[in-house]
Design a protein around this ligand. Sequence first.
Ligand code: SAM
Length: 219
Amino acid sequence: MEPSFWHDKWQLQQIGFHQPQVNPFLVKYWPQLAVNSSTEVFVPLCGKTLDMCYLAELGHNVLGCELSQTAVEDFFKENCLPVESKSKGEHQYFATEQVTLIQGDIFTLPQNITQSIDAFYDRAALIAWPEEMRQQYALQLAQLIPANVKGLLITLDYPQAELNGPPFAVSPQWIEQYLAPYFDVEVLECADVLADNPRFIKKEVTWLNEAAYLLTRKS
Ligand SMILES: C[S@@+](CC[C@H](N)C(=O)[O-])C[C@H]1O[C@@H](n2cnc3c(N)ncnc32)[C@H](O)[C@@H]1O
């Protein structure tokens, strides 16, 4: 999706992807990464997700990247966090204790910015891209994640012909083809979540799975 698509979504507050609670897969599977609590977690395409608050409450320093300045400002405002901002190149950094959100395009984020991360968390980032851009995102993610760093990936899969994305369907086969060259991939869970998603039911989508994967960047 082009940047204007997401800027419009945020401006019109059409942000159905934003969850009012912490993602249950994050709560359930984060401990499996076994990363120390005081370490830094990268959250690509972070929106204003409360999952970042959860990670910070565990003790992590959170480093998010998000295109929309509205999303970034709303995150700090809605969580009553004081914030300082500064520009670096074409990106703007918004920081409070334990959380730094880099506002700008993930495709132009320099690799050195993420070289000290100890883990990453991708929920609704991989599935935000149509096929061709998703392959480019997979490559950029691989370039940003240092060797041996683990991450939790949460995806959706459904018959793509039955509904237009986003979110786009991402199958286990796609993960195997495009992420396995860079990451060791372990499926943690694949759950039928159709009953919890009225939009998919309304559009008569016949099945919908949410999956959690543990990824480890290959050396
Ligand atoms: C589907 S939302 C997911 C947000 C968040 N991960 C969540 O779980 O709520 C995708 C987000 O990616 C952001 N985004 C889209 N393209 C981007 C880009 N090139 N660089 C950084 N962020 C981008 C959008 O503004 C949007 O907030």
